[in-house]
Write a protein that binds this ligand. Structure first.
Ligand code: UD1
Ligand code: CA
Length: 473
């Protein structure tokens, strides 16, 4: 609608270091609920459909470029000479002509698309050269103070302000709509005579005001005024975004028992009637189906949980939990784990790069790595795959309906045929045919212990084929 009247170009300022973050990482790369800060401002611009979204990068430019969404165009500001200089860099990319330049600081992650739209609308309706978004804050510390008088807006940085100006509580939020020709002209006139020796974008306001009027636009929802300059601000912004994410899930039919202790990143999907219990972290590309119970204290990253599954006091990393499966308490599912429907991985089990077939159970105290388990198998407490010989990883195949007794050691590579039964304590290093019962391998003396035995033989076991067996470190 607005674009009929005048094309909108957007410039996101993201080249600064963010000194007050006291970080080795550029400020705009710090994440909020899993998303780099700069991407919030870019997302808020999207509904306005700008002709172009230019992101001014500089400090750690490569790293910032790497996180930008498609459609955002990075432009390099070689030296960070101030916000005015950053806008100059963006303007070099835009052809001369009519239009509106919407400038957004990259460190305002809570700004909404509605506010940006209102800013542009007010700017166009007023027919002025510049419009700046302002807010009346109880604590204006660190922000530019705004003085408005008869079509002239003057912004003074706190460090350059007089005692009286510091008393002003109307602040600059770093969001502006400019007539392209006006901002071009103003920036060509601005010097850097201020406490920081930088080119201040804010100085453009008074220059434009004197020629073609500048006005303010008052922010309605003060929550959006949470700009991030240090880690305390970061935590505050994250708290608000986190709550917004939780509210959206709750409105979509997810029960969140304790929002205060539940952390769900922006990218996570959850089906209806799923219950999220306290102390749960759902991160990255995690997807949860419907009717699941997740938590208490589940920590899932890039993990898929299908409908009706339970995950209690457990950690998942790149795992898939099938429909109706049960995980935990205290299970660790590592990348490549795929649990079939109605299967179970129980207390103190670690599973890695392993498929557990439908209805199979790994209920207690097991390590299963690089294995393929068929359907309806049951691994006794303490069943371990020795998948690693110190050099290479080897696979274990366990057929449908296999039963392993407690403390079974499976020395990979090894295949256990369908329906085989492994007696308690057996150490299996040869393939077992389907339907057979195997037992044994009691300990026996094979040779003298190594001389400096105490230190070296610690957790290792030698067996008579001379190979060191053990689980992966
Ligand atoms: C700026 C405003 C201040 C306002 C505040 C709101 C100026 C001079 N002051 O101050 O009035 O209250 O924002 O947050 O504009 N940036 C660049 N290149 C540069 C310098 C900065 O891209 O050379 C980017 C930063 O990455 C950041 C944004 O511009 O995203 C604002 O820079 P920052 O240094 O945080 O400005 P403030 O001092 O907070
Ligand atoms: Ca700032």
């Amino acid at each position: 609608m607005l674009s009929d009247r005048s094309p909108i170009f957007a410039a996101v300022l993201a080249a600064g270091k963010g000194t007050r973050m006291r970080s080795n990482r550029a400020k705009v790369l710090h994440t909020i609920c899993g998303v780099p800060m700069v991407n919030y401002a870019i997302a808020a611009l999207k509904p306005l459909a700008p002709e172009r979204t230019l992101v001014v990068v500089g400090h750690q430019a490569d790293e910032v470029r790497a996180v930008l969404p498609s459609g955002a165009e990075p432009v390099l500001q070689r030296e960070q000479n101030g916000t005015g200089d950053a806008v100059r860099v963006a303007l070099e990319e835009i052809e001369e002509g009519e239009g509106t330049l919407l400038v957004v600081n990259g460190d305002g992650p809570l700004i909404s698309d509605a506010t940006l739209a209102r800013l542009v609308e007010r700017h166009l309706e007023a027919g002025v050269g510049a419009t700046v978004l302002v807010a009346e804050l109880a604590d204006a510390t660190g922000l530019g103070r705004v003085m408005e008088d008869a079509g002239v807006v003057r912004i003074v940085e706190e460090r350059d302000a007089t005692e009286a100006e510091r008393g002003v509580r109307l602040v600059n939020l770093g969001l502006y709509a400019f007539e392209l020709s006006e901002i071009r002209r103003a920036l060509s006139l601005i010097g850097s005579e201020n406490d920081q020796g930088e080119v201040y974008l804010t100085d453009a306001l008074s220059i434009i005001g004197e020629r073609s009027r500048a006005v303010t636009c008052l922010l309605e929802n003060l929550e959006e005024a949470n700009l991030v300059n240090d880690r305390a601000h970061l935590a505050k912004a994250e708290e608000i975004v986190r709550r917004r994410i939780l509210d959206a899930h709750m409105r979509a039919g997810v029960t969140v028992r304790d929002p205060v202790s539940t952390h769900i990143e922006a990218s996570v999907e959850i089906g209806r009637d799923t219950v999220i219990l306290p102390g749960t972290f759902l991160r990255g590309g995690t997807k949860i189906g419907s009717d699941c119970v997740i938590g208490p204290s589940a920590d899932l990253l890039d993990t898929t949980v299908e409908d009706g599954a339970l995950v209690e006091h457990s950690v998942g990393r790149g795992a898939v939990v099938g429909a109706g499966a049960s995980v935990g308490p205290y299970a660790y599912l590592r990348p490549g784990t795929v649990l079939g429907g109605a299967s179970k991985v129980g207390a103190y089990c670690e599973v890695k790069n392993t498929t557990v077939g439908a209805k199979s159970k790994v209920p207690h105290l097991s390590y299963v790595g690089d294995a393929q388990i068929g359907e309806g198998a049951n691994l006794g407490a303490g069943t371990i795959t020795a998948n690693y010989d110190g050099k290479d990883k080897h696979r274990t195949e366990i057929g449908d309906g296999v039963f392993t007794g407690i403390n079974t050691n499976l020395i990979a590579p090894v295949k256990i045929g369908e329906g085989a039964y492994l007696g308690a304590g057996s150490v299996v290093n040869k393939n077992v045919p389907a339907g057979k019962l195997v037992v044994g391998m009691p300990a026996r003396v094979i040779r003298d212990a190594p001389t400096n035995s105490k230190k070296e033989s610690g957790g290792e076991t030698d067996v008579d084929d001379g190979r060191r067996d053990g689980t992966e470190a």
